[in-house]
Design a binder for this molecule. Structure first.
Ligand code: SF4
Length: 584
């Protein structure tokens, strides 16, 4: 596979030398320009030798709020004094928002320490010392997501399924899996990555395709700003994900799975690989799952980075060895005499893609029943939700909460509320995707049905960011919008150009150079982006500015008034005309 080969080359040399790329092209029978196009697309790859030290500071919201700009400036000064051979730059969210500011020192993740300690580690790296990853204590269980009280009980749902014989034939022949699908439907399990698509329907669509090659993919590439809860599920409960994927394989007829994991999650990758080894030894995955004669094996696919790879068709493109750009789904999934026909799964084959949290709930639902799962919700909601809370709170972290928990409880109780002496002004219900809401709306509950105009449903991936009264809302909106601008894959014009236009506009508001008139274009631009962008990234780029226009009009007005005053100054004094229209 192209990506894993590129990963190996990068690992061996620290970059991808041109001669290695040529060799790989010959070996794979592909043109060099194609491989170069792939390697140059992903932020993880280098096409030139790295400098002595690479210092990449996360520039996204939680790190931005916790001093990332100051840290970067300090490191730039240090790099300048060191006489070169040091690269300092921003990188996108590292999934360490609870330990902000976070950074990569020579590709090793560093977070949860003071800025002084980060700078000291960077100084060591600059002198050529090795600075390994910092380990941290995972969130402590027990977790309601885990149906198994003891290690010996694990994979119980898979064993029960096999014992029931309700697994259908290889490739998806036969009518197995009906009981599993009925339970997932009754539990109303939805895609917890944020899309909320019914899981059973996804599995059933793949199951219903003609027998043949099929795939199961776990999306463990959480890269959305403020999202770091899958990091803890993978660290604590890897067996649930592997078990659920195997069950999905037996139900749909797939024999191969991939766990697509972001490359910065080194620890999680090793944990998954260790768990897979154990599962293979126990015959739980492999050529003959629990003596059924059915094969299901899976591998951990290390993602070369990029937020948009979280989009399932972009992720599929990456596994296939292409640039990770989303596909146009209208082309990929067609209809033939009322049946959904897959044209665009992995290598054109029917493929289930679910995220880590979605898979993690499957053993619980199958073991304890849909009613048990639904009963875990509160305030009229059903099920559980893993969330990450970061930003202006005393105890940022990952929490497993009942679905229906209010944002107020998550921020003020679980995460300890704002720092001493401050009050909350706003919160982002899920990273940048749904903008910023005023603190008075924190009584909203987390659920699929919670919708707020103009940004729509707000549950998303559960990336809650708290904002206190010292923050500049436009600065945060700019940070959010820049993230999307930087992560746009560039495939479609509305997203590529529209995201830059919105960055320019918000920057103008911050600088006091934009006026109310400039804002008039925002609703039309937002409509165009929502209607014509290929994937969800382009569709949510306008959310931060739209939410400010709706909920923080005073911040917007202060900025546009400044812009109007500046425009008037530049235009000079008003010209007085005589009654016949001539200048005085
Ligand atoms: Fe790429 Fe943006 Fe278009 Fe999505 S909407 S395909 S990220 S350019």
């Amino acid at each position: 596979m192209v990506i894993s080969r590129l990963n190996e080359i990068q690992e061996r040399f620290g970059y991808i030398p041109a001669r290695e790329l040529n060799e790989l092209a010959k070996e794979l029978g592909k043109p060099v320009h194609e491989l170069h196009g792939v390697a140059s697309f992903y932020p993880f790859y280098r096409l030139k030798p790295p400098p002595r030290a690479t210092l990449h500071v996360c520039g996204d919201v939680s790190c931005h709020m916790k001093g990332a700009p100051k840290l970067k400036a300090q490191l730039e000064a240090m790099a300048a004094a060191s006489g070169g051979q040091v690269e300092v730059k921003h990188c996108s969210c590292l999934g360490q928002c609870d330990g902000a500011p976070a950074m990569l020192i020579n590709d090793a993740v560093h977070a949860r320490v003071s800025m002084d300690e980060l700078v000291a580690s960077c100084e060591a790296a600059v002198t050529g010392k090795e600075v390994p990853h910092r380990h941290y204590e995972p969130v402590k269980g027990p977790f309601k997501t885990d149906p198994y009280a003891r290690e010996q009980e694990r994979y119980g749902a898979l064993k029960a399924l096999v014992a029931s014989g309700d697994i259908g034939g290889a490739g998806g022949g036969g009518a197995g899996g009906a009981a599993v699908l009925a339970k997932l439907t009754a539990a109303n399990l939805k895609g917890m990555g944020g899309a909320g698509f019914p899981t059973a329907r996804k599995w059933d669509t793949v199951r219903g395709q003609p027998p043949g090659q099929k795939y199961i993919i776990c999306n463990a590439d959480e890269c959305e700003v403020g999202t770091f809860k899958d990091r803890e599920i993978l660290k604590n409960l890897p067996y649930l994900v592997i078990e659920a994927m195997t069950i999905a394989g037996l139900v749909t007829g797939a024999d191969t799975g991939f766990i697509y994991c972001r490359h910065e999650y080194h620890e999680q990758i090793h944990i998954l690989q260790d768990e897979l080894k154990k599962a293979r030894l126990l015959g739980l995955v492999g050529d003959n799952v629990l003596g059924t004669g059915r094969k299901f094996d899976l591998t951990v696919f290390v993602s070369p980075g990029g937020y948009v790879q979280g989009e399932e068709t972009a992720l599929i493109e990456a596994i296939e060895g292409h640039r990770g750009q989303p596909r146009n789904k209208a082309v990929d999934v067609g209809f033939d005499r009322g049946l959904i026909v897959y044209k665009g799964g992995l290598w054109g084959k029917p493929t289930v893609v679910n995220n880590v949290e979605t898979f993690a709930y499957v053993p619980l639902i199958l073991s304890k029943g849909p009613e048990h799962f639904k009963g875990l919700g509160v305030n009229g909601s059903e099920g559980l939700k893993w969330i990450g809370v970061s930003g202006d709170v005393r105890n940022p972290g990952v929490f497993e909460v009942p679905m229906g928990t209010t944002y107020e409880h998550a921020i003020n109780v679980l995460a300890g509320g704002p720092p001493p002496g401050r009050t909350l002004k706003a919160f982002a219900p899920s990273g940048p995707s749904f903008g910023l809401l005023p603190a008075k709306m924190m009584n909203l509950k987390m659920d699929w049905g919670t919708r707020v105009k103009p940004v729509g449903a707000i549950l998303g991936s559960g990336a809650v960011v708290a904002v206190d009264d010292t923050r500049n809302m436009l600065d945060l909106a700019l940070n959010f919008t820049r993230f999307y601008r930087n992560e746009s894959c560039g495939k479609c014009v509305p997203c590529r150009v529209g995201s830059q236009k919105l960055v320019d506009l918000i920057f103008g508001l911050l600088q006091g150079t934009a006026t109310e008139r400039d804002l008039e274009a925002v609703p039309r631009l937002a409509d165009t982006m929502v209607l014509t962008s290929i994937c969800g990234l382009g569709q949510v780029v306008p959310s931060p500015i739209l939410s400010l226009m709706e909920f923080f009009p005073e911040d917007i007005k202060a900025a546009t008034d400044k812009g109007a005053r500046r425009a008037a100054e530049l235009a000079g004094p008003a010209v007085q005309l005589t009654s016949n229209g001539r200048h005085l």
